[in-house]
Ligand binder design. Sequence first.
Ligand code: HBI
Ligand code: FE
Length: 280
Amino acid sequence: MEQRPDYTIDQPIASYTAADHATWRTLFEHQASLLPGRACDEFLRGLKGLGVAADGIPDFNRLSDILGKATGWAIVAVPGLVPDDVFFGHLANRRFPVTWWIRKPEQMDYLQEPDVFHDIYGHVPLLMNPVFADYMQAYGQGGVKAQRLGEITHLARLYWYTVEFGLIRDASAAGGLRIYGSGILSSKSESIYCLDSRGPNRIGFDLLRVMRTKYRIDTFQKTYFVIDSFEDLFAATRPDFRPFYERLHGVQDLGAGEVADGDRVLTRGTGEGWGHSEDV
Ligand code: HBI
Ligand code: FE
């Protein structure tokens, strides 16, 4: 597998086994039965528009063609996690790096690293939405700047609590909320927990609040932040972040499960189902 300097490779389509495609099918079918009514409409529409289905791990070039026509984004195959500067560089140029390999059958529910199911199923459908597509590019551009400023920790929390684990208000949903975060959309147990459990806090999105907040990488989230719309999210993240970073230096980080003065608390969590681990 030849890797280019930007960490991209050609998707090794021929090396997927029948078992790999079967893993995709199992994961896909499970989420497809769960997500109508739980995932936001923009996600469900994007999935349909891409023609991503249960039949097997998709061909990245085919998806790139469709995505390119819709929003000018492309997907590129990578071996797995790539260095931050490489990752931000791709996003800033409207390329989404997608891990080519799929998880093993014993990791069906959750793994800490991204695999092709998480990256394609979780992330790519929303790139069909023009506003979200612009937000992702702006995040990449913000990443390039944050690196120069030594502010990756604060910026990465924004990615975590929006792109990976975000919830969005939707008056037509049973509990008034739907999922747009890819880490939830690609997890069968968290896609139930985040909406149905009394355990987690659900707090209205606020940029500075999110950037102050540590998170969990190996258990369900203790707090979900809720946006009103993708337009609002994009608008909130439009300004230059430098003054925000400066203000953050005067305040202490918040733990993943803490509720602070001034929070717009939608539901205060009971702590059920949080598990035991460290915030990062
Ligand atoms: N690389 N392939 C890949 N996918 C990611 O989501 C990713 C990455 N490298 C760095 C990274 N994410 C994060 O550290 C930043 O968003 C902060
Ligand atoms: Fe992800």
